[in-house]
Design a protein around this ligand. Structure first.
Ligand SMILES: Nc1ncnc2c1ncn2[C@@H]1O[C@H](COP(=O)(O)OP(=O)(O)OP(=O)(O)O)[C@@H](O)[C@H]1O
Ligand SMILES: [Mg+2]
Length: 431
């Protein structure tokens, strides 16, 4: 770009005197002035360097001013390179032609300097404005292009990510379907197998019992111990049946096929009956069972048989994993939300905190060396947990090795009612 303070002007005239005079006057007015004495020279100079404006004589020998103008306008607009024609006053046709060809303006000879300067300044200002606009446009275009490019890239990346996620999701869905199918197959297999085992087991239990009774009353000679053996068969059969039943129940709950047979059940009864079932074993092992809490008047809306089974599982664990001389406490409490906590706490061997998640899983047992001393399959805890959850409750287990274990079966307040509270009772039974 030419110097801001001195605009560059090219004066094109074949007459040395005209050129020199105009150049001198313009230079004096602060222009950076160059001269050309014919058309081809002018065109060459315009190609070689940048000018702010051209003063172009029309009448020149060889290439006329109009011819020069035509060539200039072939690739430079009036805004980019203003051309003012210099002409004699009588050359009207030439002026009209020049304007058609894209001349910005004209001045007549003899040149009036003030008019010339005013017209030049107008064109120079216009060019400046045009160039500024052009460069603003260019940078805007550039920015739009950059932004468009950025957006396209972002869009591309986003599409890629979406594709990746979709395929990931598809994979996960497939995996989930496979896992669900595998789980269903496992449950169906366990349920069928357990069911099929129950019939022969019941025969084994029934007939072994019959044989034992028979042999106890009249054992033929040499079969004295056969009654005892029949007793072992019976016990083993019952043990196996219990496992089979646990598996069947667990798979049924898992499959959502368990239907609760619900009624209002006295919590005190529930607790007492469960204790009665483990009492003999506890006494045999010299373990005391204490009844805590004062909730005799609370009724729980539940499946009584299943809830008793849950409590019994926890009580038998407490007995099984306690040392001789240990104590077990069973109590019922209401928390601040009004939820019922059926708590079984023992002073037995305890469970290491890291083993607790495992014992909640089917067939999961804590320390193998401990468990080996005790009979069991590892189904009591998961079954109890499922039973409580089936009643919209939750199972909590807290334990410390060598200190003891506390298990809470937490049942929601909405399943409870006070026996003395008649209004509440009516409301619940009506619901
Ligand atoms: N009160 C407890 N004290 C210490 N360990 C316990 C207690 N209750 C459960 N456990 C641990 O959790 C394991 C799982 O208990 P769970 O009742 O599920 O199975 P189990 O008693 O071994 O067998 P099952 O109940 O099927 O006859 C137990 O083997 C034992 O390691
Ligand atoms: Mg158990």
């Amino acid at each position: 770009m030419s110097n801001e303070t001195s605009p560059r002007v090219l004066v094109v005239d074949d007459l040395e005197a005209n050129r020199a005079m105009l150049a001198r006057r313009l230079t004096r007015r602060g222009f950076d002035t160059e001269m050309a004495d014919d058309g081809p020279t002018a065109l060459r100079m315009l190609d070689e360097s940048e000018f702010d404006i051209v003063l172009l004589d029309i009448m020149m020998p060889g290439m006329s001013g109009l011819e020069v103008l035509r060539i200039i306008r072939a690739d430079r607009s009036p805004a980019i390179l203003p051309v003012i024609m210099v002409t004699a006053i009588h050359e009207k046709d030439g002026i009209a032609e020049a304007i058609k060809l894209g001349a910005n303006d004209y001045i007549t000879k003899p040149v009036d300097l003030d008019i010339t300067l005013a017209r030049m300044q107008t064109q120079i200002d216009r060019r400046k404005a045009e160039l500024a606009l052009h460069s603003a446009n260019e940078s805007l275009k550039l920015r739009v292009e950059e932004r468009t490019h950025d957006l396209e890239k972002m869009n591309f990346d986003l599409r890629n990510e979406i594709k990746q996620r979709q395929s990931l999701e598809e994979g996960l869905r497939l995996e989930k379907r496979r896992a669900e199918a595998a789980n269903r197959a496992k449950s169906e297999f366990l349920a069928t197998m357990s069911h099929e085992l129950r019939t022969p087991l019941n025969s084994i239990i029934g007939f072994s019992d019959l044989i034992r009774q028979q042999l106890q009353s009249e054992a033929p000679a040499g079969t004295a111990r056969f009654g005892e053996y029949a007793g072992y068969i019976n016990e083993s059969g019952q043990h196996l049946l219990r496992i089979v039943n646990d598996i069947l129940d667990l798979t049924k709950i898992d499959a959502g096929k368990t239907v609760l047979n619900e009624s209002h059940t006295s919590v005190a009864d529930l607790v007492e009956r469960s204790i009665r079932l483990v009492d003999a074993l506890a006494q045999k092992n010299n373990i005391g069972i204490d009844l805590g809490g004062e909730l005799e008047e609370v009724e729980l809306f539940c499946d009584e048989i299943l809830m008793r089974r849950a409590l019994l599982n926890m009580l038998s664990n407490a007995v099984k994993f306690s040392h001789s001389g240990g104590r077990i406490e069973i109590r019922a409490e209401l928390d601040t939300n009004g939820d019922l906590h059926l708590i079984v706490a023992d002073t037995g061997i305890g469970i290491r905190p890291e083993d607790i998640p495992r014992v909640m899983e089917p067939f999961g047992q804590a320390d193998a060396s401990h468990s080996r001393n005790h009979e069991g399959t590892g189904l009591g805890v998961p079954l109890t947990k499922s039973l409580v959850e089936l009643h919209n409750g939750r199972f909590e287990m807290d334990s410390e090795p060598d200190i003891g274990t506390t298990v809470s079966l937490v049942l929601p307040a909405k399943r409870l009612q006070m026996v003395t509270d008649d209004v509440a009772k009516q409301a619940t039974s009506a619901a």
